[in-house]
Design a protein around this ligand. Structure first.
Ligand code: MN
Length: 714
């Protein structure tokens, strides 16, 4: 534990005018108030507020903030009262402690749907005094550092998830990168320990291969700069496991070289030196094109300033560099806290003239003027949570989702039942495919039906774990139901062939012989083809089947027709006839579903085909299918597009040339409308897959005579 005098010394170290007396009083007050309370770790409870205060001293915050940190849990967890704190420590501290307490209470009620509202309240709190949020972040950081002491797993996970969703991005948005990274990494450790471990293992391997490469590169960089009379400090730094993991996830790359995981910082005395340093580095080592960014002339919204570049450095490794002054460095690490130094401790947010945290001010203004949550989001253009989107239910409830989420995620986030019964969605009043990625501020209305459940293919369309697990659970059950139904039909037919009348009663004697408890179990085994109908029959009618009844086990109830040539689709029982739907023209690469039609086999539609609505009431006709990975890339798939063309001489020739140049083959062309200025065509084009089709669409778009091109579905 930090001793009383140590804490005071730390604060005095950066703020000689700190109120020593107040700090001492707060230390004693909190220690007495928490008394013999203990943490999950077994430590005295007081160790927690003390650590939180310690974190805030490293951000060099003012006396009142440190005092608030010491007192932050006294209102909630001890007998201390607001008036008492107000009397002893003054109105400002009392308000701050009260603010932190209110935020903590929000946490306790946090469910998915409440999170968004909590977030709004967070901002309200922050708008009154940003120090409330700084204390809250430090509180969360210490709680995350000691998360492993919490015995209940679901509680640990909830806290970790909330940290990942709300607090880490918030710290980042406030410019506190250090804190953001630590919060993320601690949450990552709880949420995905296996992934983190694999990153660490890989890191260790790379490290063992390259030795003290960080030092060697840092020395080489520094030498070059010092030789050019730049007083530079060079720091090499390994990125945190979560940062590496996120990069791997979002860019779908694996990290191979140490340079993917080390960043270098060059710190110089002034702005001019920043540009000179980059000049020297670019002269010495080849710069990687497209990687130079000037955040000094155009700072980021959170006031981050630096020059970024990547060079092929010493040892022929890519080296990522951030070049900045000491001041910029401090702001990059500490963000909003860096501005809260004792020097310009004025009136919080509003009083600080030239406060560079424009975004904070914008939000505060918004909160003052606009009161609907909708307006709030629209105006602030929330990039606050770069990895989240906020959407609305028709009633105006705010739903927070990860980026990339679709209406299906939305439906499940609202309620599992809504997800299970979802068949379509309106986004901002328009019918949109279920695979559409939601954007900030979208109003989402889920169209539901009683009959159907989620489709297996949805699993690849969702971004939330909640949706994914619900879909899986449902699919598993649906498969079993499908096998059961199939097994029943097979048994009925087998009986029929033998000239016997089928009934469950007549089947019963076979159950015991084959050791099943219920007929359903037998059906499922037969449906899965684990058990043949012949075996069942011979158990029942040994006489009749002696000569070997015709083998009727196996799958096909549907006629055994050949699939169309070139179609390779996974998830089908071999032997089923496959048709490509003539309404939506699915292409390899599209998300697809199959619809079973007795006597006709399977028709494959795109997941967003309008025709599918007809089948919404018959869930058992839906089939989980996907394109085979090894489908050969040959022409043979037809996609249809609608082109609106300027009515000019040669226009038609131009488009056929473009299509041919891009490897497509026009198989059918129809003029649908002709006017003086424009005409509209429907064109069927043979392509290899959806990507190929899109390339042609893009090429047509780029042509001057073409006004619109779109794919026709349904
Ligand atoms: Mn606390």
């Amino acid at each position: 534990m930090i001793r009383q005098y140590e804490l005071v010394d730390r604060v005095k170290g950066y703020d000689p005018n700190a109120d020593e007396d107040l700090l001492n009083k707060a230390y004693v007050f909190a220690m007495k108030a928490h008394g013999s309370q203990t943490r999950h770790s077994g430590d005295p409870y007081f160790a927690h507020p003390l650590e939180v205060a310690g974190i805030l001293t490293s951000l060099r915050l003012d006396t009142n903030t440190i005092v608030t940190a010491l007192l932050h849990d006294t209102l909630e967890d001890t007998h201390a009262t607001y008036d008492e704190i107000n009397d002893i420590f003054g109105g400002e501290v009392a308000k701050l402690v009260d603010g932190v307490t209110k935020l903590s209470k929000l946490e306790l009620t946090s469910e998915a749907s409440k999170q968004a509202e909590n977030f709004r309240k967070l901002l309200v709190a922050m708008s009154k005094d940003v120090r409330v949020l700084l204390v809250k972040l430090a509180d969360r950081l210490h709680n995350m550092r000691t998360l492993n002491f919490i015995p209940k797993e679901d509680k640990r996970r909830r806290i970790a998830q909330e940290t990942m969703d709300i607090y880490a991005p918030l710290a980042g948005r406030m410019g506190m990168q250090e804190m953001r990274e630590e919060l993320e990494d601690l949450a990552f450790q709880e949420l995905n320990p296996a992934a983190r471990k694999s990153v660490l293992k890989r890191l260790e391997f790379l490290r063992s291969e390259s030795g003290d490469i960080i030092d060697r590169i840092a020395r080489a960089l520094k030498k070059e700069l010092v030789d050019s009379d730049i007083d530079a400090q060079v720091l090499g730094r390994e990125k945190r496991p979560f940062s590496i993991w996120r990069k791997m996830e979002t860019k779908a790359i694996s990290f191979e070289q140490l340079s993917d995981i080390i960043g270098f910082r060059v710190i110089v005395p002034n702005v001019e030196d920043c540009y000179r340093a980059v000049g020297v580095l670019h002269r010495t080592w080849a710069a990687v094109p497209g990687r130079f960014k000037d955040y000094i002339s155009t700072p980021k919204r959170n006031d981050y300033r630096s020059l970024h570049t990547t060079v092929i450095g010493p040892e022929k490794q890519r080296v990522e560099l951030q070049v900045r002054t000491h001041e910029m460095h401090q702001i990059a690490e500490m963000g909003v806290a860096a501005h809260w130094s004792y020097k310009d401790r004025v009136n919080g947010l509003s009083g600080a003239n030239g406060n560079p945290f424009r975004w904070l001010r914008d939000i505060v203004e918004m909160l003052e003027h606009g009161d609907s949550a909708e307006e709030f989001l629209e105006h602030t253009k929330l990039e606050m949570f770069q990895d989240q989107v906020f959407c609305f239910t028709p009633k105006g409830e705010l739903i927070a989702l990860p980026r990339g989420a679709t209406p299906i995620d939305f439906a499940y986030a609202v309620h599992t039942e809504l997800g299970d019964s979802c068949v379509g969605a309106k986004i901002n009043g328009r019918h949109m495919p279920l695979g559409t990625r939601l954007r900030n501020g979208d109003g989402v209305e889920i169209i539901r039906t009683k009959m159907r459940g989620p489709l297996p293919a949805w699993e690849s369309m969702v971004a939330t774990g909640k949706a994914r697990s619900a879909i899986r659970r449902f699919t598993r059950q649906a498969k079993i139901d499908e096998f059961r139904q199939l097994g029943l039909e097979i048994m009925e037919r087998a009986f029929e062939k033998l000239g016997e009348k089928f009934s469950e009663k007549r089947l019963r004697p076979a159950l015991k012989k084959l050791s099943f408890k219920k007929p359903e179990e037998l059906y499922i085994e037969v449906g899965k083809a684990e058990l043949s109908s012949a075996d069942v029959l011979s158990a029942l009618f040994p006489q009749k089947t002696k000569n070997g009844a015709e083998e009727t086990a196996g799958r096909p109830i549907l006629p055994d027709k050949r699939g169309e040539p070139g179609v390779a689709i996974k998830g089908l029982t071999p032997g089923l006839a496959v048709h490509i739907a003539p309404c939506c023209y699915p292409l390899p690469g599209d998300r697809i579903v199959g619809i079973k039609t007795p006597g006709r086999g399977i028709t494959v539609h795109t997941i967003d085909c309008a025709t599918l609505e007809q089948f919404s009431d018959v869930p058992d006709r839906w089939l989980d299918v996907s394109w085979s990975d090894d489908a050969e890339s040959t022409l043979g798939f037809s996609g249809r597009m609608r082109i609106v063309l300027e009515n000019e001489v040669g226009a038609l020739g131009t488009i056929s040339t473009i299509i041919a140049e891009n490897g497509g083959n026009i198989s059918n062309l129809k003029l649908t409308t002709r006017r003086v200025d424009f005409f509209e065509l429907l064109v069927d084009i043979e392509v290899t897959d959806a990507k190929h089709f899109n390339t042609i669409v893009a090429a047509l778009h780029a042509s001057s005579g073409v006004s619109t091109v779109e794919r026709v579905r349904g």
